[in-house]
Write a protein that binds this ligand. Structure first.
Ligand SMILES: [Zn+2]
Ligand SMILES: [Zn+2]
Length: 397
């Protein structure tokens, strides 16, 4: 049996082909039947226990090693975004209004590659590997649904570690890998606020209960809350992106509505931010003789890496590709990720992988979610190698 990396180079043509087939036919959300079909075809013939999801078109594959041991989970997400592709690539999206602009097509292909590389090593594998092919990462909560359908118990024993890779079309040079201890990605929630008063004539505000000035006061007070109540080294972001009230200059409306996105980088600060914002809205409204409703639409929790698993990934990367290929990023990313649900249950690491084309400048190349984002196929073999090696080495440890 040769090196995993050499075997990955051998199958890299297949990985590129799979990635481009998925790229050309992107699907959005929790139901990705054609993508699921391509994954099942790629896994066909491998010694895996394959199950598909009930509420979503997920694929969970379990590889049981010849020797007993723990379980490791590897994850790849499969969904595209509601973006109309403008890259002009020969394998660009054929589906109007859908594009693999976050590189999940590469994740799917790398995970299928890892399944193939590890299947060929079943006889030396001490334990099990769960391959998590996940729909609906882009705000559909696919990971949480897969967990509720039994993902973490798919191999019979809970995973001892979980790893996910995410490609970046900019920021990082091609092939560069980064991660960090603790918080890797932000939480993202939405707050919906309605301030309720009593409408009336604009010339006689004392006969009405005007919600507009109070709502404006709340919006500015939320910014004061951000700077006065939270540690600058555990920051929060509150942005009111939508504000609506009224119909005419001389009519006091019954209500004013606004919504805000709220980001934080620790679970405790996320809770504190919601509690504080809730109280602030109600108290300002009631101070003006008004009432208010506050609804939080929770999106994804903070993505938190385990320090020991980040060190393990760093060592593995250094041994496979050289230490200069790994960078400990000083700051978390302000995006959010639903791999956070897995990492809330299992220690693990989420690692970014640079896929910026070599002829582009990572500092200015269109980033993930852009209609012009281009992800270089050249990273596929290394990505599959890294996933497979993380599982192999973790189980051998
Ligand atoms: Zn994305
Ligand atoms: Zn993504």
């Amino acid at each position: 049996m040769g090196e995993v990396r050499d075997d990955a180079a051998q199958i890299s043509g297949d990985l590129v082909e799979l990635r481009r087939a998925i790229h050309a036919d992107p699907e959005i959300g929790l139901d990705l039947p054609r993508t699921q079909e391509k994954v099942l075809a790629a896994l066909d013939g491998l010694p895996l226990e394959v199950t598909t999801g009930q509420a979503l078109s997920s694929v969970t594959a379990v590889l049981r090693g010849a020797m007993p041991g723990g379980t490791v989970l590897l994850r790849g997400d499969m969904d595209a975004l509601p973006v109309t592709e403008a890259t002009g690539l020969p394998y660009a999206s054929r589906n109007d209004g859908a594009m693999h602009a976050c590189g999940h097509d590469l994740h799917t292909s790398m995970l299928a590659g890892a399944a193939r590389l590890l299947s060929a090593r079943q006889d030396v594998l001490a334990g099990n590997v769960i391959f998590m092919f996940q729909p609906g990462e882009e705000s559909y909560g696919g990971a949480e649904r897969m967990i509720s359908e039994g993902l973490l118990d798919a191999a019979g024993s809970r995973p001892i570690a979980a790893f996910g890779l995410h490609v970046a079309s900019g920021l990082l040079p091609l092939g560069m890998l980064t991660s960090r201890d603790g918080t890797m990605m932000a939480s993202a929630d939405t707050m919906e606020v309605t301030v309720k008063g009593r409408g009336g004539h604009g010339s006689q505000p004392h006969r009405a209960a005007d919600p507009v000035p109070a709502a404006c006061e709340i919006v500015t007070a939320l910014q004061t809350l951000v700077t006065r109540r939270f540690d600058v080294f555990d920051p929060v972001v509150i942005t009111v992106g939508s504000f609506h009230a009224g119909t005419a200059s001389n009519v006091i409306p019954d209500r004013a509505h606004f919504s805000a996105t709220m980001r934080s980088f620790s679970a405790s600060t996320r809770t504190a931010m919601q509690d504080a914002a809730y109280r602030l809205v109600h108290d300002i409204a009631s101070g003006h003789g008004l009432s208010a409703t506050v609804d939080f639409v929770d999106s994804y929790p903070v993505t938190v890496n385990d320090a020991a698993e980040v060190s393990f990934a760093e060592r593995t990367i250094a041994e496979l590709f050289g230490g200069e290929r790994f960078l400990r990023t000083p700051f978390p990313l302000t995006g959010s990720e639903d791999f956070s649900y897995v990492l809330n249950e299992v220690p693990g690491a989420f690692v970014m992988l640079g896929a910026c084309p070599p002829d582009a400048d990572p500092a200015t190349a269109p980033f993930n979610h852009s209609a012009e984002a281009v992800f270089d196929d050249a990273v596929l073999a290394d990505g599959a190698t890294l996933l497979a090696e993380l599982a192999l080495r973790k189980l051998a440890a």
